[in-house]
Design a protein around this ligand. Structure first.
Ligand SMILES: NC(=O)c1ccc[n+]([C@@H]2O[C@H](COP(=O)([O-])OP(=O)(O)OC[C@H]3O[C@@H](n4cnc5c(N)ncnc54)[C@H](O)[C@@H]3O)[C@@H](O)[C@H]2O)c1
Length: 132
C-alpha cells in the first residue's frame, strides 16, 4: 500500500500492533462482568491499563478479570454506601484513578407502557443514581 502501508505508524487497537494506548493508566469499570463492560475490561487491559472491575455478578466478573489480569470487586452500584466504599478501595488498590467507565446498567426490554413501578425503581437506581 502506498505511503508505508495501512498502519503508517499509528496505533491499532485490538490487533496487538503498535504501542499500547493505556500503559500505566488506572481504570475502574462498572458492569465489568458482561457485555460492554466486559469488553471494556478486556480492551483496557489489552492496551496496558491496570483495571478494577465492579459488578454484582461475582462469578463472571472474577472469571473475566482473571483472564486478563484485572482485579474484581463485588459492588452493587445502586447502594450508595457500598459504591463509595468500593470505589475508594479500588482507587487505593490502583494508587489513583485515570479512567472511570460507568457501564453497569439494567435493561429488561419491557414495553414502556407495561413497566411496573419496581422495574422503574431498579432502572433509575442503577442507570441513573448508581451511575451519576
Ligand atoms: N448492548 C447494547 O447495544 C446497548 C446499547 C445502548 C445502551 N446499552 C445499555 O448499556 C448498559 C450495558 O449494556 P450491556 O449490553 O453491556 O448489558 P449487560 O446486561 O450485558 O451488562 C450489564 C452489567 O451490569 C451489571 N449490573 C447490573 N446491575 C448492577 C448493579 N446494581 N451494580 C453493579 N453491576 C450491575 C450486570 O451484572 C452486568 O454484568 C445497559 O444499561 C444497556 O441498557 C446497551
Amino acid at each position: 500500500m502506498a505511503g508505508g502501508g495501512a498502519l503508517d505508524g499509528r496505533a491499532v487497537v485490538g490487533f496487538g500492533i503498535g504501542p499500547m494506548l493505556l500503559t500505566n493508566k488506572r481504570a475502574i469499570v462498572t458492569g465489568g462482568a458482561s457485555g460492554i463492560g466486559a469488553a471494556t475490561v478486556r480492551a483496557y487491559a489489552r492496551e496496558g491499563a491496570r483495571v478494577v472491575a465492579l459488578d454484582i455478578d461475582d462469578a463472571a466478573g472474577s472469571r473475566i478479570c482473571e483472564d486478563v489480569g484485572a482485579a474484581f470487586l463485588r459492588c452493587d452500584i445502586a447502594d450508595r454506601a457500598q459504591l463509595f466504599a468500593t470505589v475508594d478501595r479500588a482507587v487505593e488498590q490502583l494508587g489513583g484513578l485515570d479512567i472511570m467507565a460507568n457501564v453497569a446498567g439494567v435493561e429488561r426490554r419491557t414495553p414502556a407502557e407495561d413497566i411496573p413501578d419496581d422495574e422503574w425503581d431498579l432502572v433509575f437506581s442503577v442507570d441513573a443514581k448508581g451511575t451519576l
